[in-house]
Design a protein around this ligand. Structure first.
Ligand SMILES: [Zn+2]
Length: 297
């Protein structure tokens, strides 16, 4: 919870220039990756220096000044610059993952507190069972656009969301502890549902709408993030998968690498063990996701 304490969230913090360690000039580099689509795209990440917080993670984390796709097909290079979409004073930063298993939907994170979008250098892909380089797959780039969408959220939304998430997790945890079959049919009260929609579901929907819009804009500029034959239904499948992970993580069903406390572990196991609670949540979640997907079509 280090970065998500609502009281600390909007404290004025002087943005210090990243400390340049000895040999900084040597460190500055460009990393070029081939994206596995048939569109001849290359992703270029321009690292600009080390990020602070080294003392917290025991690891030097890189900042990225620029993330861009370059398409080398045709006479002229076509470029799509993700960095230019960020609000003022925001930046991309490497994220510590400690090698956890992460899905494409969960390996990126927006930190409103530090005005950063965090991305791991690589992640363990559940489907292929392999260590996967970040942004080597088109869905990672869609995820990146989604996170950029989150960066435009209002202060009110962010603060309220934190409180609601905590309340929901506490409630679910309490219910999960009940061993009998007397679990309530409805998980949330009407007021809780309203808040949940307004501060958790709507921002997710808006961030995906932003991502899909930017994807289309890139296409108009000659950059296809997805393979040319990808249908919009296939793209929406990715959105559906990511939404599912995000909603599960929001109430503590799914492992959230940033807050994996003992309590969370017990809670997760308890939820897994309670069939009624699981089906209750599943039903609610599927309804919500279907509604969002419908709106994004
Ligand atoms: Zn999201």
């Amino acid at each position: 919870m280090r970065f998500f304490n609502p009281e600390n969230l909007f404290k004025k913090e002087e943005r210090k220039e990243p400390v340049k360690p000895a040999g900084f000039e040597k460190f500055q580099e460009s990393l070029i990756k081939q994206i596995e689509t048939n569109n001849n795209n290359k992703i270029e990440i321009e690292y600009t220096g080390y990020r602070r917080f080294e003392h917290l993670y025991g690891q030097k984390l890189k900042e990225a000044g620029k993330i861009e796709i370059i398409n080398k097909q045709g006479e002229q290079d076509k470029k799509f610059d993700f960095s230019s979409l960020l609000p003022k004073n925001w930046r991309f930063c490497e994220r510590v993952t400690k090698g956890q298993v992460l899905s494409a939907g969960l390996n990126l994170l927006t930190s409103h507190y530090s005005k950063e979008i965090w991305f791991p250098d690589s992640y363990f892909d559940l489907e292929s069972g392999k260590k996967t380089e970040t942004f080597s797959r088109p869905e990672d780039l869609l995820g990146l656009l989604h996170e950029i969408g989150h960066s435009f959220e209002s202060k009110e939304t962010i603060t309220k969301r934190i409180t609601i998430k905590e309340k929901m997790k506490a409630k679910i945890g309490k219910l999960a502890g009940i061993k009998t079959e007397d679990l309530p049919v409805e998980l949330f009260t009407e007021k809780e549902k309203q808040d949940y929609y307004q501060y958790i579901i709507c921002p997710e929907r808006d961030a995906w709408a932003f991502a899909l819009r930017k994807c289309r804009e890139a296409k108009r500029q000659g950059i296809d993030i997805f393979p040319k034959q990808a249908s919009s239904e296939e793209i929406l499948k990715i959105v559906r998968h990511c939404l599912c992970s995000a909603l599960d993580a929001g109430i503590g069903i799914m492992k959230d690498p940033l807050e994996d406390s003992e309590t969370m572990k017990i809670q997760r196991e308890a939820i897994k063990g309670s069939k009624k609670l699981k089906s209750c949540w599943g039903e609610f979640k599927n309804r919500v996701i279907a509604g969002i997907i419908d709106k994004l079509r």
